[in-house]
Design a protein around this ligand. Structure first.
Ligand code: ATP
Ligand code: MG
Length: 421
């Protein structure tokens, strides 16, 4: 059974029990756009307790807001299909700029009007195969307009995250943001600071992994949101791009467009690649990204020019970077960066050839000597220690050393060389 079929069954069961039940929100929008919805939400006048009574397996994910998850048979991924069933609700005042203080249960029309944008405020009756539109969402979808439901200023005052959602939906579905909605975002952009770093990061993640990532970032800039979320970029926005004309920002947008199906760290690294790596690191910390993502992003920024002349790097240096777990991301960044300014991508092709040609054992052989070996030779751990190990590693990757004995010899020679005459 597909998720759509199960969602239909859920609606049917609620109807048979005498309740109203409709598909709601994103799934209706996606269907009208001819896209496959990635999850189905059902809205109903049944109360949460009644929904729980009607279905065998449910999870009270947000019962106080009227949200119950109904579990169905296993889907293709082996996990139970889940459909969210929400009681029609209106939201009380928002005192924190992000969450309603309370909800009250209401009608379908009332429920439509608490939603954020007209395109997200549609219902669909799957049994009558009919769209139910209280907010003019259908027309906006046809005309490709993103419009807040009700007074945009009020809606963004209630929940500031909606400003980022507006940008994300407008970019993803290639919509124009309606003038008053856009003016309200521009005016209220500084207030984005009340939204938690995690939520901001999540929106950025979704914008940047979508194919319309450059458009999303351009809208973020035009709306004045980028200035508050990524002020470091504002500083270089208008700087000229020495290699291709235009501004650095134009260059960044071209690079974003040229990335093929990037991970979030790659896309974000590309957006930040003209900053210092310590600035990139600080941004990742501010957005509370995971350590893994922060390290990957910072590493990409730091090395975004490293492979430009890959063929003339020392073999040891080339092998070291090619065996880094982020190398595919780094090559993709180099490719997009070069294409964005019309430079050759031969350096990327060269690295790809070397990755094919070198076996794992050639690229990243087990070390010939370890710290323990040095300790056994009577050395004490410290900076000199690290430097010795690096020298040996370098010689090994260059193919100058093949055995443990040769490595030990080199250490002895290096130590002698270090003695003051
Ligand atoms: P996506 O495909 O990104 O999941 P979606 O429209 O399904 O898009 P969700 O965040 O899953 O978005 O939310 C489901 C529905 O809930 C939305 O379509 C909208 O009607 C409503 N909604 C979600 N977040 C908000 C919000 N912050 N303010 C008002 N309504 C919201
Ligand atoms: Mg959704």
């Amino acid at each position: 059974m597909t998720e759509a079929q199960f969602a239909y069954e859920v609606v049917h069961r609620l109807r048979d029990a005498g309740y109203q039940a409709l598909f709601a929100g994103g799934c209706v929008r996606d269907m009208l756009l001819g896209l496959e919805p990635h999850d189905f939400d059902v809205a109903t006048d049944a109360r949460p307790e009644e929904v729980q009574r009607l279905f065998r397996r449910t999870l009270a994910v947000g019962a106080s807001f009227g949200v119950i998850e109904v579990l169905g048979p296993r889907g293709d991924d082996g996990k139970p299909i889940r459909v969210q069933v929400s009681t029609f609700r209106a939201e009380g005042p928002y005192s924190d700029g992000r969450h309603p203080d309370s909800v009250v249960f209401t009608t379908a029309e009332g429920d439509a009007s608490r939603r954020d944008f007209t395109i997200n405020g549609l219902f669909y009756d799957p049994i009558a195969a009919q769209v139910i539109d209280y907010v003019g969402g259908r027309r906006d979808l046809e005309e490709r307009v993103l419009r807040a439901i009700g007074n945009p200023q009020e809606r963004f005052t209630e929940d500031k995250l909606r400003m980022l959602r507006a940008i994300r939906f407008a970019a993803r579905f290639e919509l124009t943001i309606e003038a008053e909605t856009f003016a309200a975002i521009r005016e209220m952009a500084p207030q984005i600071s009340v939204v938690s770093a995690e939520r901001i990061a999540e929106e950025l993640r979704r914008m940047l992994t979508d194919a319309h990532r450059a458009r999303a970032m351009t809208l973020m800039w035009d709306a004045g949101l980028a200035h508050h979320i990524l002020p470091e970029l504002a500083a270089l926005h208008d700087l000229p791009d020495a290699s291709a004309g235009g501004t650095l920002w134009d260059h960044l947008m071209r690079v974003l467009d040229l990335l093929r199906d990037p991970s979030f760290p790659l896309a974000f690294g590309a957006l930040l690649h003209h900053l210092q790596s310590n600035e990139a690191d600080a941004i990742c910390r501010r957005l509370r990204l995971s350590n893994d993502e922060r390290h990957r992003i910072t590493w990409l920024v730091q090395n975004h020019e490293y492979l430009r002349d890959a063929a003339s790097l020392r073999v040891s240096k080339l092998k070291t970077i090619l065996s880094h777990s982020g190398i595919r991301d780094l090559l993709e960044l180099h490719r997009a960066d070069a294409e964005a300014v019309g430079r050759s991508t031969e350096h990327v092709a060269f690295c790809e050839r070397m990755l094919e040609q070198w076996s794992e054992a050639e690229l990243n052989p087990p070390p010939l000597i370890t710290g323990n070996d040095l300790i056994r030779m009577g050395l004490k751990p410290g900076p000199r220690f690290r430097a010795l190990l690096e020298k040996v590693r370098e010689a090994q990757l260059e193919g100058e050393l093949k055995t443990h004995a040769e490595a030990t010899q080199l250490v002895r020679r290096l130590l002698k060389g270090e003695q003051p005459a």
